[in-house]
Write a protein that binds this ligand. Structure first.
Ligand SMILES: O=C(O)CCC(=O)C(=O)O
Ligand SMILES: [Fe+2]
Length: 327
């Protein structure tokens, strides 16, 4: 049976009262100009996040603890009007342009802080903490978040790296084309026992998406990890796996790919949706679409979230540093 979106992504609609409570909290954090110093805010985000509505805090904690769904989508979040949020950017902002976090970005980081620690990669979007998922003309044909003409294939975010986030978040500021985010998963019982064993062996080259400015990986990793009854996985169907002589590994990967394609669901994010996916248990991608490059195109804000920041301590300059330095 193919699932519908509600069975795998828990959807939470904010009540008016909860929205009010959130607005009050944002008013306090943003006073007086609807933005804050981004770096400073991150050191305070956990503390402020304790003032989000209790129901939402409980939902987020239960999502991390029980792994009861593949993602959470908090709906009806307050987004300011078009004038205030501005046009969809036509370039990836420089670090200077991201020194201040906007009211919407603050809310996204507050939710993310309930899931873990927000971090960034030096190799993508100039090391910015909040990434822009926007169409760029020069990348139209490419398999990356700023592409649009082709389907962006299934991947777990940053699968190539051992410090890949446990969760990853997308906040929707606008999606006039209703372009769906694609989500999929697999159930271990759908895999042949031998396939499962092979997928758990370090026989796979899991490449980085081309948006990352990193050297090509040649290290072989297992696709599956964790508990093999309910495995976690890392995969990137956009990068050439290059399994050369290992036909058995290729067949196992093909079997998993077929299951992921069969289970795929579509979720068209709407303005004010904040989606947080379990990056160890769900893959995501995006349908193709046609942007106009007129400032009104689809615009999402992306965050990377780790359950355990110390895991990457050797790649960051100080304990509280948020940027993983790689090349
Ligand atoms: O555009 C989307 O819905 C997903 C894009 C994506 O995979 C990403 O930003 O990492
Ligand atoms: Fe992605």
């Amino acid at each position: 049976m193919v699932a519908n979106v509600n069975t795998i992504i828990r959807q939470i609609e904010l009540t008016l009262k909860e929205e009010e409570q959130i607005n009050e909290l944002l008013d306090e954090i943003c006073y007086p100009d609807q933005s804050v110093d981004a770096a400073h805010f991150l050191s305070e985000a956990h503390t402020f996040a304790q003032e989000l509505p209790r129901r939402i805090r409980r939902e987020i904690y239960e999502f991390t603890l029980y792994e009861s769904s593949l993602g959470l989508c908090v709906k009806n979040n307050p987004i300011r009007g078009a004038m205030e949020i501005g046009p969809t950017p036509d370039h990836i902002p420089s670090p200077d342009e991201k020194l201040r976090a906007t009211r919407e970005e603050i809310l996204h980081m507050l939710y993310a802080s309930l899931l873990g620690e927000v971090f960034a990669w030096s190799s993508i979007q100039n090391g910015n903490i909040v990434n822009e998922v926007i169409p760029l003309k020069e990348n139209e044909e490419k398999p990356m978040s700023s592409g649009s003409a082709n389907l962006f294939g299934f991947h777990t975010e940053d699968a190539f790296h051992e410090c890949a986030g446990d969760y990853f978040g997308l906040m929707c500021l606008r999606n006039p084309t209703r372009t769906p985010t694609l989500i999929s998963w697999f159930d271990a019982s759908d895999l042949d026992e031998n396939t499962k064993i092979i997928l758990g062996e370090p026989r796979f080259i899991v490449g980085a998406n081309i948006a990352h400015n990193v050297s090509k990986s040649i290290k072989r990793l297992p696709i599956l990890f964790g508990d093999f009854e309910r495995p976690y996985f890392r995969i990137n169907l956009n990068s050439d796996a290059g399994l050369d002589a290992d036909d058995e590994a290729q067949l196992a990967l093909d079997e998993l790919t077929n299951i992921l394609n069969r289970n795929a669901i579509q979720l068209s994010l709407e303005q004010g949706d904040c989606l947080y996916l379990d990056n160890f248990r769900a893959v995501h991608g995006r349908s193709s679409y046609k942007p106009n490059y007129d400032g009104n195109d689809r615009w999402l804000k992306r965050l990377y979230i780790s359950s355990y920041l110390r895991k990457s301590r050797n790649l960051r300059t100080c304990p509280e540093g948020r940027v993983i330095l790689i090349d």
